[in-house]
Design a protein around this ligand. Structure first.
Ligand SMILES: [Cu+2]
Length: 217
């Protein structure tokens, strides 16, 4: 496997990890002249299933009868002969829906569909324990973190302008527990980085953390 193939495989592994969240089904129950819950938030690829409990209703997408998007996604009776309706949402955005006979009674709701990328961009903070010492450092800093599980790790150094200076781990799979890496102040271009403040960022298991390290001269 050459370098380019290794990079492609690492990128693929990251993409597969990001796409690993399974599609879910969310239930909205018809309860009297209301939907419960009326407003929900889901991810792209998820399915919503409306469940009938009594009476004659519809599940119709749109804000009201004059909405230009009326019934473009779904428009089904919800009654004893049509006790459920399922719809899978494939694009991000907010989809309002209502019951045709009971719109004026406020029998409405909405499904907010979040893009997968938006989901991926909200990692938890603070769980990896990223640290660097000594700080300031010269000639080298020891960077440590702890993985809650074996994971693909990206560990990078950026300058304060956001330029990538050094890749210390590029999707490498590392085991659970404490991990340690040394940075000797040399960039990926082979040159010694200038004195100053650098940002060290680690990403693993859907978590992302960063710290600042000062290279003294
Ligand atoms: Cu209704």
């Amino acid at each position: 496997m050459n370098y380019r193939n290794v990079r492609a495989a690492c990128l693929l592994a990251v993409l597969v990890t990001a796409a690993a969240a399974p599609a879910a089904t969310h239930i909205i129950t018809q309860s009297g002249f209301a939907f419960s819950p009326s407003d929900i938030s889901i991810n792209v690829g998820d399915t919503v299933q409306w469940v009938w409990t009594g009476g004659f209703h519809t599940v119709t997408n749109g804000l009201n009868l004059s909405d230009p998007t009326l019934a473009t996604l779904f428009d089904s009776p919800l009654d004893s002969t049509h006790p459920t309706l399922s719809h899978t949402f494939t694009s991000p955005g907010t989809v309002p829906f209502f019951c045709r006979p009971h719109l004026l009674m406020g029998m409405t709701g909405s499904v907010t569909v979040q893009a997968a990328s938006a989901v991926d961009q909200t990692p938890a903070l603070g769980a990896l324990g990223l640290a660097g010492a000594p700080n300031p450092f010269n000639p080298r800093a020891v960077i440590t973190y702890a993985l809650p599980e074996a994971a693909s790790v990206r560990l990078s150094v950026f300058d304060m302008a956001g330029r990538l200076v050094k890749v210390l781990a590029d999707g490498t799979v590392q085991g659970a527990g404490r991990q340690e890496t040394t940075w000797d102040g040399v960039g990926d271009d082979g040159g010694h980085a200038a004195a100053g403040v650098y940002v060290v960022a680690v990403e693993a298991s859907g978590l992302r953390e960063s710290i600042k390290l000062t290279l003294a001269k």
